[in-house]
Design a protein around this ligand. Structure first.
Ligand code: PLP
Length: 219
């Protein structure tokens, strides 16, 4: 199957309110260009250097989403152009993003990553840390970031009930904070679901899916 037909097949199954992030990590620019020519404008990468190289080479109407774990000292490389940072999981990182956004005279949109999996290896905040962050004075002072919602990754398992439980948990947390009104929050996005579980994620309330291998093939 071609990238174009994979993309069209997936898009046909997505409700119109769900945003598709085409996860292109490790793939060459020629593959991304095939998706671009098929109309895709949102790409997700998990390494800042790789994303920046692709950004330099590709058309400028692309929206670049950082979906990987972000190290504070690398934020400056993507601050001029990144559209959405999915994996924010600390006040310290938000403060650095805010600082770099200010330098670039812009506001950078972010999602807070929530720990929902039953595995130790996944990054993210728990519910208590989330509420502490959102209610802290330091957070309210950050004027050059905007939180659009939450992101989560389910456990890597075949057990659909387990995955469903984790996605539903993320949706519940989102619902508990969505009415929060601050200058730097505009909560409307739940980023959850990948190639193997995006349909289930949408059933559980996802508004943004991050799909890689089902579009571009295995890595
Ligand atoms: C790689 C990756 C994806 C896409 O995974 P696929 O299974 O290839 O669809 C989604 N989200 C994150 C955070 C990733 O690192």
């Amino acid at each position: 199957m071609s990238i174009q037909s994979n993309l069209n097949t997936i898009k046909a199954t997505l409700p119109e309110y769900v945003t598709l992030v085409a996860v292109s990590k490790t793939k060459p620019v020629s593959d991304l260009m095939q998706a671009y020519e098929a109309g895709q404008r949102i790409f997700g990468e998990n390494k800042i250097q790789e994303m920046t190289e692709k950004w330099e080479q590709m058309p400028k109407d692309i929206q670049w989403h950082m979906i990987g774990h972000v190290q504070s000292n690398k934020v400056k490389f993507m601050a001029p152009y990144v559209t959405l940072i999915h994996g924010v999981d600390s006040l310290k990182l938000l403060q650095e993003i805010n600082k770099q956004a200010l330098k670039n005279n812009r506001i950078i949109d972010c999602l807070l990553q929530i720990y929902i999996a039953g595995e130790e290896s996944k990054f993210g905040l728990d519910e208590k840390e989330l509420s502490e962050l959102l209610t802290s004075v330091e957070f309210r002072e950050l004027k050059n970031i905007r939180i659009l919602g939450l992101m989560g990754m389910a456990t890597f398992t075949e057990d659909q009930n387990q995955i469903k439980k984790e996605f539903t948990h993320l949706k519940t947390i989102f619902d508990s904070i969505k009415t929060l009104k601050t200058v730097n929050c505009d909560l409307n996005t739940i980023s959850m679901g990948m190639s193997g579980d995006y349909q289930l994620a949408i059933e559980c309330g996802s508004t943004m899916v991050r799909i890689g291998s089902s579009i571009f093939g295995g890595r």
